[in-house]
Design a protein around this ligand. Structure first.
Ligand SMILES: Nc1ncnc2c1ncn2[C@@H]1O[C@H](COP(=O)(O)OP(=O)(O)O)[C@@H](O)[C@H]1O
Ligand SMILES: [Mg+2]
Length: 421
């Protein structure tokens, strides 16, 4: 059967279990299969009949890439709707959702052997468009049918035991996300992949649960290990369910920032109370993440960069991902993703705002300021250590980034300490 993306229904699987049907209705509608035993999210509970709530739209819409990446897919595959794009690239998504044309079943995993040279060409190839995800995002029955959300171009890969890259085919699960340097025609950005690797490693060194990353110098990309993939006892690669905080709040990806109507920090904090089996630990980590982002100058810490992950012990706040210093690039947004005590300009966030945040979260100012102080005491050294770890052999632009990051972050921490602590 040829995949055209024009069929009116898609079969929806969680891992390999059929859970229901997605209808090409306006608004999008989902219906659980009679035999379904698992809900897509707690906000879309098992029930009979079609469901077309904002939670259904948000759950599926948030599986797609955003912005320019979505536009590219749309142009290349002549699919303009969320449904049409999911029909083409919904075979492997964040978490365990697999979308297939009705009548098809998930196929055993298969991969195309590749090399780091070939991956380099895919990431940085030729006219700049050759490596765009649309090229790799399928449209044929045997080709890749992969969709990872987010605004930046990335490549979904798997890695064999000899450290060679494999390109997943069909609905095969990927195990890693390769994030090359961001390219924006309107803003001068440089070495963002190194920036992200250093900041992610620094988060780990500060004790935050963080996705494992490595800088792949030969392809100038941050290689992120997927925490939603694992091997079962038989060695078969499996998927863990996850949902981001936009999906769980019923918000489409274009309102991920609080300023656009997206979830507030207090709402994200409250989501952990209802969704995590260990809310106290996860809420504390969320607070530590908040201050880490303020200190490293990451203004992009919105609700789509937080997820709930189904662990073997129950749902928990997923390891943190997509951490970088955005403030190092003059052209990127100057506002922090969340308001802190009514303020979203990082340079104006001080003790009164933190106290007001504490009140809105129902924690004591002393508790919040202790967390802020503890993180402030760790960040500088962690960034320096993370930069050193990457080692030598960096290009001049990468060396400049490693040096600037340390200076920038040390400066921010000093100023924030003075205002907050
Ligand atoms: N390590 C990871 N394991 C599993 N899923 C991840 C991981 N990192 C990111 N994701 C998922 O992929 C999406 C896009 O990744 P992200 O790094 O946020 O890209 P972008 O920079 O484009 O926003 C995230 O919203 C999340 O759902
Ligand atoms: Mg992101």
């Amino acid at each position: 059967m040829k995949i055209t993306g024009n069929d009116d229904t898609l079969a929806v699987f969680l891992e390999s279990a059929l859970v229901g049907t997605l209808y090409n209705d306006q608004p999008l509608a989902f219906e659980y299969a009679a035999a379904a035993t698992r809900a897509l999210t707690p906000e879309i509970p098992l029930q009979a009949g079609k469901i077309n709530t904002s939670f259904v739209h948000a759950f599926f819409e948030n599986l797609l890439p955003e912005g320019d990446q979505r536009t590219l897919i749309s142009l290349r595959h002549h699919a303009s709707s969320v449904f049409g794009m999911l029909a083409i690239i919904g075979g492997d998504t964040a978490g365990s959702t697999v979308l297939l044309p009705s009548g098809q079943l998930p196929q055993p995993a298969s991969y195309q052997r590749s090399s780091w040279e070939a991956v380099n060409a895919l990431l940085h190839g030729g006219d700049g468009a050759a490596g765009e995800s649309g090229e790799l995002a399928g449209g044929s029955e045997s080709g890749p049918r992969l969709s990872i959300s987010g605004a930046q171009f990335k490549l979904l890969v798997s890695i064999d035991p000899d450290d060679n890259p494999l390109l997943p085919l069909g609905n095969s699960p990927s195990t890693h996300i390769l994030k090359p340097d961001m390219v924006r025609p309107d803003i001068k950005l440089f070495a963002s992949a190194l920036n992200e690797t250093i900041v992610m490693r620094a988060a780990h060194l500060c004790g935050l649960p963080t996705a494992a990353v490595r800088y792949r110098r030969e392809v100038k990309a941050c290689l992120v290990e997927r925490y939603d993939r694992y091997r079962d006892v038989a060695g078969v690669l499996r998927r863990h369910w996850q949902a981001d905080f936009c999906q769980l709040s019923g918000k489409a990806s274009d309102i991920k920032y609080e300023a656009d109507g997206g979830p507030t920090f207090a709402q994200c904090f409250a989501l952990l109370r209802t969704h995590s089996v260990l809310p106290a630990i996860d809420q504390r980590n969320l607070l530590r993440w908040l201050f880490f982002n303020l200190y490293v100058g990451n203004n992009d810490s919105h609700a789509k960069n937080l997820s709930i992950l189904a662990t073997p012990d129950g749902p928990r706040l997923a390891p943190f991902y997509d951490l970088m210093s955005t403030r190092i690039y003059a052209g990127l947004g100057k506002q922090f993703a969340f308001q802190i005590g009514g303020e979203n300009l990082p340079g104006k966030i001080g003790a009164p705002q933190v106290q007001s945040l504490a009140t809105s979260l129902g924690v004591t100012p002393k508790y919040l300021l202790t967390i802020a102080g503890d993180m402030a005491s760790k960040v500088d050294a962690a960034v320096a250590l993370a930069a050193n770890e990457i080692g030598q052999d960096l290009s001049p632009a990468e060396l400049v980034m490693a040096g600037r990051l340390q200076l920038k972050i040390a400066g921010i921490v000093k100023q924030m300490r003075a205002r907050m602590l």
